[in-house]
Design a protein around this ligand. Structure first.
Ligand SMILES: [Zn+2]
Length: 88
């Protein structure tokens, strides 16, 4: 059974799915709030967010002047690798 807190801040799985959108500034309103609350209280996801943010910044620098953002296929793969490394 999910606790009230879990419903409020979302699970690690929910947050992981929305992390790249959050870091790209694509989330709004309640969805953004949930991710931010979760990151504030979850060291695993906040560490993943920091790694992913660095990766996204690097991709943006590489892509600067060529495309508006990272290739959509890159971010989920990176995120998956971060999450796997935390589960070990
Ligand atoms: Zn989490």
């Amino acid at each position: 059974m999910r606790s009230l807190m879990e419903i409020m801040v979302g699970s690690c799985e929910d947050t992981g799915e929305q992390l790249s959108a959050h870091l790209e500034g694509e989330l709004t309103g309640l969805r953004r709030l949930r991710v931010r609350l979760h990151l504030a209280g979850c060291s695993v996801c906040s560490a993943a967010a920091r790694s992913l943010r660095k990766t996204i910044e690097r991709l943006h620098q590489l892509d600067d002047g060529f495309t508006p953002g990272p290739s959509p296929s890159v971010v989920p793969a990176v995120l998956e690798r971060i999450r796997e490394s935390h589960q070990e």
